[in-house]
Write a protein that binds this ligand. Structure first.
Ligand code: NAP
Ligand code: MG
Length: 399
């Protein structure tokens, strides 16, 4: 069989721990036998990030900007324990944070729905896609912890010298203070990414913030969305037969729980982080979720939404064959290959991506699955496989 040829390289970002092991298995068994893979490889494993003083992360982001499509493995975000474990020169920043800041745009996360694994929320019939703003707020906040009384102020000094000041609080004892920011240009590209994605996938778009309490910060998000919708998207939405609607975040949460699914829910950075874990867990598992960062310049980075599955990795190091779910990582590859195929007009590559996803879903619907899914599957004949055997099952289907 002739392997599928590619035109433009895919930016490949390798990662850490158990997902790094899965990464190699997926490439060896599901990608390389079928595709003459053209990729520009960046090793974002923690050791190499440390060796390069984290330059490799920025290089990978730049390459993504250049080629337009990347696929990323889960990576460790260092904390104090990791600094010790890997003897790090510094507590390097979250690679996802660095890449998101460099590419801007929005992270879209949607559950992978399979028969036999029913959502915990009975009314959910279709996937709910979370659109998470990927810049600013608490992720770029500065904080002060004070051990004594004093006055906290918010000060803005404009380039022309004018000063705007607000008293945050007069402390009569110890306390904490936080300063957050966002940028109109980033909120605008968030809005456009969401409107574009809604049109592309023909789904309703919801957007929610806490504008009643945050009358300047959150209200600006609401106004920017409303403005761009009116000026640039209203007509297109009406033509496509989809709707955009804004509601308060608490109202949105209540509506989501009673909905049928099948829409995009746009939210700010923190809510997106939290709600995507809630939605994916309710649909089954963190490992059954696709995640793609879409930049306003039309650059795409596909990844799994879960972490490096450290607990399984330590078992793997002891020689145990773990039953770690590779589905989200497989879908990161299929998503990236499909997008590369569509940008480069290679229909075989797009078809391959569909086949890879169908082969994966078929394995689960035939009753072959990893431990996390078996725990929630309604299939009476289900069989728990380790990662390697599960991937082999997918390979059989693919063949
Ligand atoms: P995690 O890797 O998401 O795993 C937490 C738990 O969730 C696992 O112990 C496992 O539960 C379950 N789980 C997650 N993914 C699974 C999969 N594919 N198959 C089966 N079970 C799965 O989170 P963590 O252990 O808190 O974090 C580990 C490292 O990942 C951290 O260093 C963190 O910085 C990093 N992280 C990276 C990303 C990213 O790069 N996108 C995202 C989040 C976290 P059981 O142990 O009960 O089986
Ligand atoms: Mg999170």
């Amino acid at each position: 069989m002739d392997k599928i040829q590619m035109k433009t390289p895919l930016v490949e970002m390798d990662g850490d721990e158990m997902t790094r092991i899965l990464w190699q298995m997926i490439k060896d068994d599901l990608i390389l036998p079928f595709i003459d893979l053209k990729s520009e490889y960046y090793d974002l494993g923690l050791k190499h990030r440390n060796d390069t003083n984290d330059a490799v992360t920025l290089d990978a982001a730049k390459a993504t900007e250049k080629y337009g499509v990347a696929v990323k493995c889960a990576t460790i975000t260092p904390n104090a324990a990791r600094v010790k474990e890997y003897d790090l020169k510094e507590m390097w920043k979250s690679p996802n944070g660095t890449i998101r800041a460099a590419l801007d745009g929005t992270v879209f996360r949607a559950p992978i729905v399979v028969k036999g694994i029913d959502p915990n929320v009975r009314t959910w019939k279709k996937p709910i896609t979370i659109a998470r703003h990927a810049y600013g707020d608490v992720y770029k906040a500065v904080e002060i912890k004070t051990d004594r009384p004093g006055k906290a102020e918010l000060v803005f000094t404009a380039d022309d010298g004018t000063v705007t000041k607000e008293v945050i609080h007069e402390f009569d004892g110890p306390g904490v203070i936080q300063g957050q920011h966002n940028i109109n240009a980033s909120i605008e590209s968030f809005a456009r990414s969401c409107f574009e994605f809604a049109l592309e996938t023909k789904q309703e778009l919801w957007f929610s913030t806490k504008d009643t309490i945050s009358k300047k910060y959150d209200h600006t998000f609401k106004d920017i969305f409303a403005d761009i919708y009116e000026k640039e998207y209203k007509a297109k939405f009406e033509q496509t037969g989809i709707t955009y609607f804004y509601t308060l975040i608490d109202d949105a949460v209540a509506r989501v729980m009673k909905s049928e699914g099948g829409f995009i829910w746009a939210i700010k950075n923190y809510e997106g982080d939290v709600m995507s874990d809630m939605v994916s867990s309710a649909y089954g598992s963190l490992a059954m979720m696709t995640s793609v960062l879409v930049s306003p310049r039309g650059v795409y980075e596909y990844e799994a939404a879960h972490g490096t599955v450290q607990r399984h990795y330590y078992k793997y190091l002891e020689g145990e064959k773990t039953s770690t779910n590779p589905v989200a990582t497989i879908f990161a590859w299929s998503g990236a290959l499909r997008k590369r195929g569509s940008l480069d007009s290679i229909p075989e590559l797009e078809e391959f991506a569909d086949k890879l996803e169908n082969a994966t879903i078929k394995a689960i619907e035939d009753g072959f699955m990893t431990k996390d899914l078996a725990a929630i599957s309604a299939d009476p004949n289900k069989q728990v496989l380790n990662s390697e055997d599960f991937i082999k099952k997918i390979r059989e289907n693919l063949e």
